[in-house]
Every structure is written in C-alpha cells, then in structure tokens.
Write a new protein. Structure first.
Lengths: 305, 73
C-alpha cells in the first residue's frame, strides 16, 4: 500500500489482483478496483476485522459500494407487518409478512455466531393462524434473547407472536384486539366446523396463556366479551390495558425494548441460557453415540458373543 | 384459516385476478423465484435457498428488484 499505484489503466485491466498471478505488483486501493480477499497472502493482514471482510465480500458479490463498515449488527430486527400470509397467497392489495421468509431468518439468527439477540416489531392486523403460530413457535424456540414491541396494532394472531418473545413491550397508543376465531364472521355451517374452530381457538389460547401472565379464564372472557366492540364480540386492549391483564410485560417504546434486549444479552453472557425461559431439555432425551458405546473392552451391541 | 380484524371481502379483493408469471433462477448463487419486470429486471418473490444466511441479505428480501442481466465481464 506504500507505492502509488492504481492508475486508471490498472483499474481497467482484466484479471488484476484476481489470482495472484500478478502477485509481484502490490495491491492498492485505486479507484474502481476492489481487492479480492484471500487471493493474495499480502492483503489479509491489513483487513483483520470480520465485519470489514464481510463488507468487502458484499462489494464483490453485490457490486455495491455503499455498505456499512460493520456488516453484521449484534441485534437483528424482524418486523411482522400487515397480514401474516399463510398457505394462500393473498391478493396484491394486502401488505403481507411472508412466513416462509421469516422462518429461515430466525434460523439464521439462531445459528449465526455474530447475532446475539432479536427484536420483533409488530404492527399486524392478524392473518393465517398456522403461519402466525409457526412464527410464534420459532420465536419461542430461540435460545437467544428476544424482545417484542407492539406498535400500532398486534391484533388477532399478532397476540401469540407478541407473547412468544422472552419479554414483550407495547407502545402506549398500540392496541391488541382479542376476538374469537371464525371463518367468515357470518354463519357457522355444521357442528364439526364449530368444533374445529373451537380447537383452533384452544391452540391459540393455550399458546398465549403459556407464554404470558394472563389467565386462561381472563383471556377467554376478553375474547367473548360483548359490548366492548360495536356489533361484535371481543376486546380492544390499548397500551397499559394489555399489561394490566397480563398479556404484555411492559408499556414502552424502542429505547426501552432495546435496553431490555441489551440487558438480557449481557445477563445471558457467553454460553448461557436465555434470561427468562428455561432451556428445553432436548439433548438428554437423545442419547449420544458415545454414551451408547460401552466402556473398556466389552463387546458392543453389534459384536455380541 | 385466517384470524384477523380485516373483513374477508377486503382481504380477498382482487383474488380473481390472474396470478403473475414467475420464474425460478439462480441469482448470484442463490436460487430464487422472481417476477420478471421490464428492462431485464426482476422482483424477488421468494428464496429457495437452504442457507439461512441468504435470508438475512437485504438485497434478496421479497419485493426487492434485482437485475437479471449477466454481470459485465
């Protein structure tokens, strides 16, 4: 980097710095020229930070010059907005959150060593029950700290998603509508349909009760309350009301949510477990291969007699 | 099954319209489903990758428009 190189002629030369064949020429940060990381043993010592490596990789892959210096933030943000789209593609007028994209994102959050926590921001009108519960279960299953923040609205299937996080916040003005599940809102066809709806309802109620401080009786009471919603049954919980009934943990905004997440990350430390949830006992149930192997010279299960 | 505060007639408005033609292709090493647009561009509809990290890339988020033309040598 000490020699003045990188003239315009060099920059346009094909193959420059790509394979180390022209390794005698020192690399420079000339205009229009992007160093290939790892191609030249002289280069990496100057770019040790992983974030910078990732940023340069991004230039190489995407051809974009405007990339942040630190490519990976320790906190990732997942927004659940509009309709939670499920098994049926909704007409284009709907603003939707696609669960098939959110789920692998959460997988990436869980397995990425750089990501330490996740913030779930909700402003949803509800949507597909299966897709919503899938997202909620994925959030619940994260071992990394998660905090949810309901802004605007977290209606219907938004409620289980909000409570799935380790800690939940609701903005003062945000609302959560709790109402029964139904097909069209008009008529219920046959008794079987009604029973099916009831079962769907139970799934959601159970999830919310298990993951928040609200009592099942209270939740059902709110769900079937009359006189609160005009011409309908159910309840609209605004900000502090959602906290009072035990559905949401705290009223707060972005600063509080991020502070809580940071606090939980710090509490968790390296290799610890999530701040509030106990780690699921998955491993002891599946015996490791080493545990199955008998000690010493005792013949194994396959080599009897 | 939907559980939402939005009336079904609002959600399903326009559902009769013909779905867009989509094409599956490999965009910079990632298998994606795109809706072709004019001028050699495409809008990403869905990722078909099994690498979770691909799903964190902002340029691959559904709805983002990418160039489908081969990169200049």
């Amino acid at each position: 980097m000490d020699k003045p190189l990188g003239t315009e002629k060099d920059a346009g030369r094909p193959g420059m710095g790509l394979s180390g064949l022209d390794g005698l020429e020192p690399h420079t940060a000339g205009e229009g020229w992007v160093p290939e990381i790892g191609a030249d043993p002289e280069v990496p010592s100057e770019i040790p930070a992983h974030g910078q490596l990732a940023a340069l990789e991004s230039i190489k892959q995407v051809g974009q010059t405007a990339v942040p210096v630190s490519a990976i933030s320790p906190i990732h943000c997942v927004s659940i907005v509009g309709q939670v789209e499920g098994h049926i593609l909704l007409p284009p007028r709907n603003k939707t959150t696609k669960y098939e994209h959110i789920i692998p994102q959460l997988v990436a959050v869980e397995q990425s060593p750089e990501i330490q926590g996740v913030l779930i921001i909700l402003n949803t009108v509800g949507g597909d029950i299966e897709a919503g519960l899938a997202i909620a279960e994925m959030i619940k299953g994260l071992s990394k700290p998660s905090v949810s923040l309901v802004l605007g609205g977290g209606h219907s299937i938004g409620a289980p998603i909000a409570v799935a996080a380790d800690y939940s916040f609701i903005a003062e003005s945000a609302t959560i509508t709790i109402h029964p599940i139904r097909l069209t809102g008009l008529v219920v066809g046959v008794p079987q349909t009604y029973e099916y709806l009831d079962k769907m309802q139970d799934r959601v109620v159970r999830f919310i009760v298990e993951n928040s401080s609200i009592a099942e009786q209270k939740l059902r009471e709110l769900m079937f309350r009359t006189g609160d919603l005009m011409r309908d049954i159910g309840t609209v919980l605004i900000g502090a009301e959602a906290v009072r009934v035990g559905l949401i943990d705290e009223v707060g905004g972005l600063a509080q949510a991020l502070a809580k997440l940071q606090e939980m990350i710090a509490e968790k430390g390296d290799g610890g477990i999530s701040a509030r949830k106990p780690q699921l006992a998955v491993w002891p149930l599946i015996p490791r291969q080493e545990d199955l192997q008998p000690q010493g010279n005792v013949p194994g299960p396959g080599g009897t007699q | 099954m939907m559980w939402t505060i939005v009336p079904p007639e609002v959600i399903w408005e326009g559902a009769e319209e013909k779905p867009k033609d989509l094409m599956e292709l490999n965009w910079q090493g990632v298998q994606v489903l795109v809706e072709p647009l004019e001028f050699g561009r495409g809008r990403i509809v869905k990722l078909l990758s099994t690498d979770p990290r691909d799903y964190l890339k902002p340029e691959l988020a559904p709805g983002s428009v990418v160039s489908l033309l081969p990169k200049k040598p």
